[in-house]
Design a protein around this ligand. Sequence first.
Ligand code: FE
Ligand code: FE
Ligand code: MG
Length: 162
Amino acid sequence: MGTKGRALVGEHADKIIELLNKALSDEWLAYYQYWIGSKVVKGPMKDAVITELTEHATDELRHADMLVARILELGGTPVLSPEEWLKITNCGYDKPDDPVVKKVLEQNIKGEQCAIEVYNSLLKFTRDIDPVTYNIVLQILTDEVEHEEDLQALLEDLEVMK
Ligand code: FE
Ligand code: FE
Ligand code: MG
């Protein structure tokens, strides 16, 4: 931790660390949901869907990396065990137990919409108090908005096929 860097954020550091840890738990759950979804998904347009799910999984893991780096910079402790993920997550986990393309896409769209809300409120919270976290959150939010649109486009293509 850099002392001046943390001092910049002042009394808000602990709250920001808490919010970043919640988002970190979301990212790991989203990563696994995409990754396992890409393995079990079946149905029409399967190949295109697998490609997209796999890319998104990689993005979620990168988001986790960005969040951990910031938590450490602020002198915080990142979530250290998977049991904590489900306890502090904002967006939860939707298991793909009915892994047809349409269902898997819908589950992940719901996850992205939750992520968009979470990062948008984190953006508002950090705007005037922590420009460094703000910048990281803005990059992640930009990806989540793209993720939602990618999945909805696939779902539209699927509808057209019928
Ligand atoms: Fe993400
Ligand atoms: Fe995403
Ligand atoms: Mg994509």
